[in-house]
Unconditional design. Sequence first.
Length: 238
Amino acid sequence: MEQAINTMGQTFEELLAGSVAAHGHLCPGQIVGVRMAMLGLRLLDFETPPTYPQLKQLIVFVEMDRCTGDAVAFVTNAKLGRRSLKFVDYGIMAATFINLKTDAAFRVISTEESRELAALYAPGEPDRRQQQSMAYKVMPDSVMFRVQEVKVDLTPFDLPGPTRHKATCVKCGQVVRDGREVIWEGQPYCRPCAQGGYFRRAIEVSWDNMNWSPQPQVQEMEPRTRAKDLRELSIRLS
Ligand SMILES: [Zn+2]
Ligand SMILES: [Zn+2]
């Protein structure tokens, strides 16, 4: 069900409180992230937080898996599971906010100067973390961030909505969704098989109490031996 339209938007303090609750603690990164998202949304002329229909027109790329990323996701309501949140592992304190309807896109980058200048904006605070938190609440956007207008080439495979394409890896049998397969000599492969993955030495295992389910069927069924099925399948495939 679609949420009621909130034409009021939320204040910085309200957004920060919500972000802190979702993230688990108050940290300088929460403040930077809330402000980064507020600026990105403002550049797109979106509400904070965005509501329908804007929420469906928004794609956000975050370039770091740190505190700031959580705050950006919270304020924008962008979600991995809805394909509106994209993670690119650059280790850069930046996020890009895209309006799918207009193709407008702004990359908002947290400046190093903002860290260096924290003492100037919160003088007399001995604790460094506390000082950053105080400073990031009063620092102007122009000191906190650089903004780039960018073009982001998205394909239909990147967009929300039903799975558009499935391929089956010819090496391991895994189904690969949304065009993420790698074609090699005319055959589809999953990325781990084609390029190597973040894991190695994958061995199928059985585990304790492997017939557990949250809601066991009332009717007594013949127990399934899934690990055995999988082993036989992998023998067939190899
Ligand atoms: Zn944090
Ligand atoms: Zn594979």
